[in-house]
Design a protein around this ligand. Structure first.
Ligand SMILES: Cc1cc2nc3c(=O)[nH]c(=O)nc-3n(C[C@H](O)[C@H](O)[C@H](O)COP(=O)(O)OP(=O)(O)OC[C@H]3O[C@@H](n4cnc5c(N)ncnc54)[C@H](O)[C@@H]3O)c2cc1C
Length: 385
């Protein structure tokens, strides 16, 4: 299979790098720090991307995109993650919320939600996991009880990324009980400002504004808030997770940091033990492997086949790479000189490596743990026999 991204995508990469250099401070390490300036950078950067038609460029024009190829969208994803995701939380809207609303939303939902995402104006959060329902998501207990022409939702979500700053929640709740626990689940699109929603931040080492608990107390919703068909949300969730699992190009940041190491260390690179340099080289080949697995899924998705096990194979490779490369980089960073002219560059490299290491610890849990990805893959392999 030919995975050449094409000339347009290569030109786009150059354009994005110029834009990042112009709009994102060199010390930026993500939007969710204690410094509000970092979130402001992400918000203004999203508007800059949107002004140039780059934020949702692979979306159809009628929804605010420019109908570009999925390969161009892949390049955006790679360049963003390689530069510590200057879109902040917006990547969720672009990668999976918008595409899911395009596939399953009513015309009115599309009119209401897609233009603000394409302009970089709204932040979404994903209300799936609960305290006792993570890997076994279908066992969730947040309940939507019938109430006149709608429902009343009560329950609790946890590990909800960006909930403190989100405008909307993509919420999964139980509307009925079927023979199987996957039946009777429904997706609701709810504004986070609605009465009955309380958000409580969870401070964690991946950033103080990342993870949250979200409580729903008699939240009133109607048919107009339902995405897709009542009771059939599980199918949509499978699609969402496949999109989400290839949405973060973790290999791009690993590769950029690994490739930067020899130049940052300068003459000290020669002091790095041969065994460690061997591991460094192996990590670069693992970056290539993860990139190819991602391209395979993108190619399948563009042909309309969204299979959870293909996304799982990529996730296993890329999350393992994230953690292994972080270990190698931490060891290499110990050889970086501290008291020399290159101090600013070395300091920046060390901080980026430290940030990468902290984030990588959660990589094998977020969006479904690595063990669950292995189960998905094994099941698909056994079924194919
Ligand atoms: C950084 C981060 C961001 C997140 N953001 C969001 C978000 O925005 N929205 C959201 O809804 N959720 C979010 N999550 C939650 C995430 O989806 C869950 O943490 C994940 O699905 C695992 O669920 P759990 O934490 O309940 O762990 P559990 O399901 O309790 O699993 C604990 C451990 O047991 C293992 N295990 C469980 N069942 C089996 C089994 N049958 N066989 C073998 N091993 C098993 C798991 O692999 C894991 O190692 C986020 C998580 C992280 C770390």
């Amino acid at each position: 299979m030919d995975f050449t991204v094409g000339e347009a995508a290569t030109g786009l990469r150059g354009e994005l790098r110029q834009l990042v250099t112009a709009e994102v401070p060199p010390d930026f390490l993500g939007a969710f720090t204690d410094d509000p300036a970092d979130l402001a950078v992400a918000q203004s950067f999203c508007r800059a991307l949107a002004d140039r038609g780059l934020l949702c460029l692979a979306w159809p024009e009628e929804f605010g995109g420019r109908g570009a190829s999925v390969w161009e969208q892949t390049v955006v994803r790679e360049e963003m993650w390689a530069h510590h995701e200057p879109r902040g939380a917006q990547y969720m809207g672009v990668n999976w919320v918008g595409p899911t609303i395009m596939r399953h939303g009513t015309a009115e939902q599309q009119r209401e939600h897609l233009p603000p995402i394409a302009k970089g104006e709204v932040i979404w959060c994903q209300g799936f996991s609960e305290p006792d329902s993570g890997s076994d998501l279908a066992s969730l207990r947040t309940a939507a009880r019938p109430d006149g022409d709608g429902w009343r939702i009560s329950g609790q979500k946890i590990w909800t990324s960006y909930a403190t700053m989100a405008d909307w929640c993509f919420l999964l709740a139980r509307t009925s009980r079927g023979e199987r626990k996957q039946q009777g689940l429904t997706i609701f699109l709810v504004p986070m400002s609605a009465p009955g929603i309380v958000v409580r931040p969870i401070r964690a080492m991946i950033g103080p504004h990342h993870l949250n608990e979200v409580f729903f107390d008699d939240l009133r919703v109607t048919e107009a808030d339902v995405l897709g068909t009542v009771g059939e949300g599980w199918q949509v969730v499978q699609e969402v997770l496949s999109f989400e699992r290839v949405g973060i190009a973790r290999y791009a940041r690993c590769e950029r940091l690994l490739q930067a190491a020899p130049a940052v260390l300068g003459e000290r690179w020669g002091e790095v033990p041969a065994q460690l340099r061997g591991r460094w080289a192996r990590m670069l080949t693992h970056c290539r492997r993860a990139r190819l697995l991602a391209y395979r899924v993108v190619s399948l998705q563009s042909a309309g086949t969204v299979r959870p096990n293909d996304a799982a194979a990529y996730r296993i490779a890329v999350t393992q790479l994230d953690q292994d490369s972080a270990e190698v980089l931490v060891e290499i960073a110990a050889y970086a000189p501290l008291q020399e002219e290159s101090q600013a560059e070395v300091g920046r490299f060390r901080r980026a490596v430290q940030d990468h290491w902290r984030y990588s610890q959660a990589a094998t849990v977020a969006s479904g743990s690595i063990e669950m990805q292995r189960i998905l893959l094994a099941r698909a392999a056994l079924e194919a026999r």
